[in-house]
Design a protein around this ligand. Structure first.
Ligand SMILES: NC(=O)c1ccc[n+]([C@@H]2O[C@H](COP(=O)([O-])OP(=O)(O)OC[C@H]3O[C@@H](n4cnc5c(N)ncnc54)[C@H](O)[C@@H]3O)[C@@H](O)[C@H]2O)c1
Length: 368
């Protein structure tokens, strides 16, 4: 397989297969090398009404010899549901797609998650390729094989672990991403820097101070590749989240509670993660693991990224605490947190006293 020039390649090694993640510029136009092996197979490309007009033709031009049909879903988290899933199944069955067919997910995490889930279940599993077009999906959702749809009673409640055949990340797609979505993706990048530490953390700190935007391709390429490498390394060791992979939930126990409390209307996921990261560091300080200067550093990084990190006025701390107790990551009726001593030194802890949790939430609160 010939790889496009200047693209990073990260191999994700899992129990059942190894697959490449390519990160580069202009890969949509130059990704025919990924599809060479698919030439004789049927492909269904799934995208949404926002992303398809921007990028579908580019991709179709890169795979002229592949028999490809397209399905365009409505845009939005609320469409990550049974109805959209059924549309994919209908198209596959109607088009007589066989077990050797492929699905391609072209879009953000919503399209990626739902297409991955359809692939994992259609005829007991067909192959799929992820082509993520948001920063959040490029650094996180497209790698690692978690697929899901939402149930009316809960987010990501129906899902599977099902790895793609390849992930193709064209950093140029970020140029059309709304700024708010781009910033939300930066929260996940900061999460990876906290998990990994070392020069990655220090470099990101400096880059954020200088300012990163979606046109900074030469900054973004290695940054995205590094996040994918960190995730690949964790997934290799714990594909099904029996331990280590739970570290990727840094900040997420707080974020999920905030999202649920606001019925998923107030924040983008990454924006809630930004507040969650700050709370996680603050809690680590309260418990005596981390220094206060780390909380100040993280707050500074989040502000430089244009992300609010305090719990805003209007959120009831008592209610937030209750929601957290209901988080699905509760183990043996104890809430599990990802805490840290320093960047690169994160660990799981299920022994956080409720009193300290409340104190942390109050301290992270924007009001008096
Ligand atoms: N599978 C996982 O491991 C994992 C991890 C994190 C998040 N997720 C899931 O990912 C979803 C969130 O993903 P997301 O943040 O990418 O949201 P999203 O898929 O809703 O995309 C955000 C918005 O950006 C638009 N968009 C996408 N790419 C664009 C582009 N290049 N130019 C212009 N607009 C573009 C989309 O149409 C949408 O309106 C959630 O459902 C979450 O549960 C999954």
């Amino acid at each position: 397989m010939v790889k496009a020039n200047n693209a990073y390649q990260i191999d994700v090694i899992t129990g059942e297969n190894t697959y490449p993640v390519y990160v580069g510029e202009g890969l949509l136009e130059h990704c025919s090398f990924v599809f060479e092996q698919l030439a004789t197979r049927q492909v269904l490309m799934v995208s949404n009404e926002t992303v398809a007009p921007l990028y579908m033709d580019k991709l179709l031009n890169a795979m002229p010899d592949v028999e490809t049909d397209c399905l365009i879903l409505k845009d939005g988290e609320q469409y990550k549901n049974f109805t959209s899933l059924q549309k994919i199944y209908d198209k596959l069955i109607d088009g007589r797609y066989h077990r050797d067919s492929y699905l391609i997910a072209l879009g953000g995490g919503v399209v990626g998650d739902i297409t991955g889930f359809a692939a994992s279940t259609y005829q007991r599993g067909i192959a799929y390729i992820q082509i993520p077009t948001t920063l959040l999906a490029q650094v996180d959702a497209s790698v690692g094989g978690k697929t899901a749809i939402n149930h009316p009673l809960g987010k990501n409640m129906i899902g599977s672990f099902y790895q793609p055949e390849a992930v193709v990340i064209d950093v140029n797609t970020l140029r059309t991403l709304p700024e708010r979505e781009f910033k939300a993706g930066l929260a996940e990048v900061i999460k990876y820097a906290l998990l990994h530490g070392g020069t990655f953390f220090d470099t990101l700190y400096q880059q954020l101070e200088e300012g990163i935007d979606a046109s900074d391709i030469e900054v973004l390429k290695p940054l995205i590749a590094k996040c994918c490498r960190i995730k690949a390394d964790i997934v290799r060791q714990d594909e099904k989240e029996t331990g280590l992979r739970a570290l990727l939930n840094l900040g997420h126990t707080f974020a999920h509670a905030l999202e649920t409390l606001s019925a998923y209307k107030r924040w983008l996921h990454g924006e809630a993660v930004a507040i969650g990261l700050y709370c996680a560091v603050l809690l680590s300080v309260k418990l005596g693991y981390a220094k206060l200067s780390l909380a100040e550093k993280v707050a500074h990084m989040l502000s430089c990224a244009g992300l609010a990190y305090k719990i805003p006025v209007g959120i009831d701390v008592e209610q937030l605490c209750d929601k957290m107790m209901l988080d699905k990551k509760i183990k043996d009726k104890r809430l599990q947190f990802v805490l840290l001593e320093a960047p690169g030194a994160c660990f799981l802890n299920s022994e956080v006293p409720e009193r300290l949790l409340k104190e942390t939430l109050i301290e992270a609160f924007e009001g008096d």
